[in-house]
Unconditional design. Sequence first.
Length: 310
Amino acid sequence: MEKISIIVSCYNEEAALPLFYEEIEKVRKNDFKEVEFEYILVNDGSSDRTLDIMKDLSQKDNKVKYISFSRNFGKEAAMLAGLESAQGDYITLMDADLQDPPALLRKMYDLIKNEGYDCVGTRRVTRKGEPPIRSFFARIFYKLINKMSKVEMVDGARDYRLMTRQMTDAILSMKEYNRYSKGLFSFVGFNTKWLEFENVERVAGETKWSFWKLFKYAIEGITAFSTVPLVLASGIGLLFCLISFLLIVMIIIKTLFLGDPTSGWPSLTCIIFMVSGVQLFSIGIIGQYLAKTYLEVKKRPIYIVKEKNF
């Protein structure tokens, strides 16, 4: 009998996790008579009763496995831990807040089995319930990264997807420390089908993704899958050198033919501040890539497991 591994990353999800378990069990009992399930619940350093609930579920149901980190390592680390532990023929990543509709799982499975897809992903066609400013910057991000990167990022794509074992193994073969899974899913290729659905609000609890965290995550994605910012920094430097050369020529001509010496320290001060700002901006871009390299070469573990039940 084939098996589906369901990986759920949890950070302070004590309110949502029991509701998620009830919903996914309904889907399993009603839609998957011929397939086994395993649930891999990853506790990403929660400070509430999330781990206690995981333990209770694992005692009641032997399909439930849990992994608990020594501290909060982030969602990317939690997803990786789940992928490395999954034993199923098909693997899916889901959130505990039920924003990833479990009811879609049967259709995802049928598309892989009957139509030969390696992966069936989900994408939101609306962002109803999100703050307008977040939705605006999200759309801008996807437009930018698709122009910068050779790897296509689908606007509205969720981490919620069902993958074959072959695709999962391809993702696990990439051991990089700075992980951006949406990019990795696209990078490995394979035949992917997208299912669209309306945005669903959290069933319980509060989102852990602030605007600042999402902004840093976007920077992570850009620096992980594009070197265009480095080219941009070089291009800006070349442009300002050209402008400076032209201004010097104009000043020399003006002084020789019109007898008007260069004057005006306010304009000079503004130019110095502008050029200094551009230099710092360019150095900052280089620093981001250097920081990624620094973290990679240290070879620190992506996560540390404190306890698990398997």
